[in-house]
Design a protein around this ligand. Structure first.
Ligand SMILES: Nc1ncnc2c1ncn2[C@@H]1O[C@H](COP(=O)(O)OP(=O)(O)OP(=O)(O)O)[C@@H](O)[C@H]1O
Ligand SMILES: [Mg+2]
Length: 370
């Protein structure tokens, strides 16, 4: 048998619940063993549908789903090496913590001594030692969430699917659980596929993120890839805060927007090609009108704890959001300075493959002292 790192593969998978609309449209991706993946996207984009297809709770209309290299489209849910943690945890309210975790092992007819030691070990993994006899209704939200995870890991699946498991928790507990879940995944070395529509959560937790919109993967990559090099307006807008304006790629390393030309680091586009540019709010620096590359008027300002969030407008009416540790004065005319590297150029309708090729060409050029 060939050992590969790929554990799950989608090959041109389409899912239609009814006849006319595809909820997933020709989706292909690979999941590598032992990593933490996040499916990120707005409500209705198809995240839960992907998990249901992996778990076997629903069937693909077209395409192939492979697990360890074998097609599993027709393998029933209970024969797949996958466990799911649902958004509402789906614990059994009439069973105590021990019996909730033991449930899958009892179905497998494991002997009771083994069940006891396995449940104890799983509860210990999620820091719930000694909670065996507690009733579910006597547990807090965070504790219930951990019981649900213990119930999944006790079966020693190869993959754990987590559908927005933190969304019911308050912000502080949610942040705590993000650390715990990430740490648990690294300790267990099991592949996690985690669903969220919270971009900060995705950036904080994942090895790899798939950004989804309207049943298609818009971009996949590490959190820094996706944050630094968003492929299109949707991704730039969805991941973090962005200033996005239209412009023209005059020539390699020269871009025009707001009626002015700026040095940039992008190349390999057509001369005078219409493009969109992104500049992150933290890459804009407040300076004097004279030194600024852009001249704007401060419209409003919010203190966000670590930085000020300043909204300003240029003469064309484009909004420029700035994150700055310096305070601005509402109504003032100021300059905004940025480095050529701060400008990220996005081509209209570029596919992920085309985008990756262009990025590689740029990086090769840099290595050869371009
Ligand atoms: N059983 C079903 N029958 C018909 N349409 C469905 C069914 N389940 C989901 N859909 C539709 O498929 C689309 C994707 O649903 P899905 O549950 O995958 O979205 P999601 O990304 O998980 O959204 P959310 O963040 O709101 O949970 C939605 O438009 C939804 O209405
Ligand atoms: Mg969902």
């Amino acid at each position: 048998m060939i050992m590969t790192n790929t554990i799950i593969q989608f090959k041109q998978v389409t899912k239609q619940y009814d006849h006319d609309t595809a909820v997933l449209n020709n989706v292909s991706f690979e999941i590598e063993r032992g990593k933490f993946y996040t499916l990120l996207g707005p409500s209705g984009c198809g995240k839960t549908t992907i998990l249901r297809l992996i778990a076997g709770f629903t069937e693909a209309s077209e395409g192939e789903i492979l697990f360890n290299g074998k097609k599993i489209n027709d393998v029933p849910a209970n024969k797949r090496q996958v466990n799911t943690v649902f958004q509402d945890y789906a614990l059994f309210p009439h069973l105590n913590v021990f019996e909730n975790v033991a449930f899958g092992l009892r179905i497998k007819k494991m002997n009771s001594a083994d069940i006891k030691s396995k449940v104890k070990e799983a509860l210990s993994f999620v820091n719930l030692d000694g909670y065996e006899n507690r009733e579910i209704k006597e547990m807090s939200g965070g504790q219930r969430q951990r019981v649900a995870i213990a119930r999944a890991i006790v079966n020693e699946p190869e993959v754990i699917l987590l559908d927005e498991p933190l969304s019911a928790l308050d912000l502080k507990l949610r942040t705590e659980m993000q650390y715990e879940l990430r740490e648990l995944q690294q300790r267990l070395g099991i592949t996690f596929i985690f669903v969220t529509h919270d971009q900060e959560e995705a950036l904080a937790m994942s090895d790899e993120i798939f950004v989804l919109d309207k049943g298609k993967i818009q971009q996949s990559g590490t959190p820094t890839d996706i944050y630094d090099e968003p492929i299109n307006r949707f991704v730039a807008d969805f991941i973090g805060e962005s200033n996005i304006v239209s412009g023209t790629m005059v020539e390699d390393y020269l871009v025009e927007f707001t009626g002015k030309q700026f040095e940039c680091v992008d190349q390999g586009l057509n001369p005078n090609e219409p493009i969109e540019i992104v500049i992150r709010p933290e890459d804009l620096e407040i300076t004097s009108k004279e030194r600024g590359k852009l001249q704007v008027r401060v419209d409003s300002q919010l203190f966000r704890g670590v930085h000020y969030e300043i909204s300003s407008y240029d003469g064309d009416g484009n909004e420029w959001l700035v994150h700055s540790t310096k305070k601005a004065v509402v109504g003032d005319e100021i300059g905004l300075y940025f480095d050529p590297e701060a400008i990220h150029v996005m081509r209209f309708n570029e596919t992920e493959e085309e985008f990756d090729k262009r990025l590689e060409a740029y990086e090769d050029g840099e290595e050869h002292g371009k």
